[in-house]
Design a protein around this ligand. Structure first.
Ligand code: GRF
Length: 211
């Protein structure tokens, strides 16, 4: 089987990117490589992580383009130029253009820091899902890796992992636990399964995993 080539899109610290880099290095992810890391935020520490790993790191900031359409065109052109098989959104705060979703059907995955369909959708990024989970008083939350479709956070679910909410949690503490116990595990695992050709989506948009 040929190597799965990925573009990883980031906006911030890049701990999920690091989990993927480490997963490849430690062979928890087999048969996959990161061809390029792209950030809309020129100050994203994720870019430093990419450079340290010898991966091409590209800054593509919407504000440096005349229009949103120009930015979206450039983003697609850069991704297309690397001939990738999978686009990974790892803490990417850019709204993904519809043209990109059309061009890469079931080839874009995202990590969301909650158990979808809870605490997802518009505005639910950063600390917000954790604040909402604590406000609702849920006893478990977690993370979800899903395919990206035109409906926000509503694409087929690939993997989920639950994480306990503990007495005295703040949004920051809960965010960290969800990352450590769920995100940094299921994102590399999902990529490994996709690279092994074990992930399929049926006509009801349900994901099946051949184990
Ligand atoms: C993570 O919580 C991820 O679930 C969300 O954004 C955050 C990114 O963190 N989509 P990092 O940049 O990977 O450290």
């Amino acid at each position: 089987m040929s190597t799965l080539k990925m573009a990883v899109l980031v906006s911030g610290g890049g701990t999920n990117l690091q989990a993927i880099i480490d997963g490849i290095a430690k062979k928890r992810i087999k048969n996959a490589e990161i061809s390029v890391v792209i950030s809309n935020n020129e100050h994203a520490y994720a870019l430093t992580r990419a450079e340290a790993a010898g991966i091409p790191a590209i800054k593509l900031a919407p504000k440096t383009f005349d229009s949103r359409a120009d930015f979206e065109k450039a983003l697609k052109e850069v991704i297309d130029s690397f001939h990738v098989d999978l686009i990974v959104l790892a803490g990417c705060l850019v709204r993904i253009p519809e043209e990109l979703i059309d061009a890469y059907p079931m080839k874009i995955i995202n990590i969301h820091p909650a158990l979808i369909p809870s605490f997802c959708g518009k505005g639910m990024y950063g600390l917000k899902p954790h604040e909402a989970a604590l406000a609702r008083g849920v006893k478990v939350t977690g993370a979800t890796v899903h395919f990206v479709t035109k409906d926000l956070d509503a694409g087929p679910i690939i993997l989920q992992k639950a994480v306990e909410v503990e007495e005295g949690d703040t949004p920051e503490i809960l965010q960290r636990r969800v990352m450590e116990q769920a995100e940094w595990k299921i994102m590399p695992e999902a990529i490994n399964l996709i690279a092994a050709g074990k992930v399929s989506v049926d006509e009801n948009k349900t994901v099946h995993i051949a184990r």
